[in-house]
Design a protein around this ligand. Sequence first.
Ligand code: TRP
Length: 375
Amino acid sequence: MNKRDRIILTGDRPTGPLHIGHYVGSLRNRVLLQNEGAYKRMFVFIADAQALTDNFENPEKVRQNIIEVALDYFSAGLDPDKVTIYIQSQIPELAELTFYYMNLVTVARLQRNPTVKAEIAMRGFSKEEGDEQTFGSGLPVGFFTYPISQAADITAFKATTVPTGADQKPMIEQAVEIVRAFNRIYGGNVLVEPEILLPDKAACMRLPGIDGKSKMSKSLGNCIYLSESADTMRKKVMSMYTDPLHINISDPGHVEGNAVFTYLDAFCRTEHFGRYWPDFLNLDELKAGYERGGIGDVKVKKFLEKILNEELEPIRARRKEYEKDIPAVYDLLKKGSVAAREVAAATLDDVKKAMKIDYFEDRELIEEQARRFSE
Ligand code: TRP
């Protein structure tokens, strides 16, 4: 499709401030897309209703993190004049769409969703005797069905393009299936099939935590946040996991599984060498040198720190500005939510028409029934 016809949409759960894994996995990409301008419309939203599916006992956590995520968005460079930025729960049409889409999805299909499976395994929702291994009967229905609500998030805006991490692939596939089922059953090609837009580098898809072990995640305490100070960030970078076999500087080092190098893969550009480490021409040369031996971890970490600061410093500065007027930030979200709601309402009208539940708009139906009862 023509890039200018794209409707780009994505969102984040407000369960904590955004970290640099979110940034390289999606946020940086969104700002680039926004600045390229090659799209018809772009939507970015805070998925609070989805966050509540597994935090329903803790609405305060979600409430507190709305502003964190909003500040992260605006500081990273999302521009409310170019992108519609809104809060999911303020669009009630999404709940209505979800309700109708529920008819189009089986329990078996949801149980096959790898993301839901993994999340359930992680959270260990309560199980009762005789329950299947993963899906205990103590599993809240809202959580189990959130892929359906995510399909509503996407289709309500007729999104064509969803820039997000690889972990969201099963969600997009689910949405595509719902679109196909809807259009097949109700006709009219009302809904649009979305496509995922993944980051182009592997390192950006699954940035490890500073412990090097797994994906960066708040619950594991291994994050570098967009909003943290240069000082905190430096301490975290200096404590990063590298290569346990690289004990003496002269020892050959390994770059595979070495978090410092994974971060460099995600953030380093050739011009950084000219600025901060002219001994090397590019990252491949630095890696080769590290593998030969003779390059200390502290030196590589200091290089990484400079590169991170170059990217994060403007974000920190913008954040300071936005923090000065928090009511204005809520106001931007409110304006975005009003604008988004208009679009979702138009789609819901199309959906109800296709499903023939638009009784009061359907003149023909009313006349037909009038004739039937007058005969
Ligand atoms: N599931 C996404 C996450 O956990 C958030 C999300 C909700 C989303 N609805 C979406 C992302 C629609 C893209 C499109 O980060």
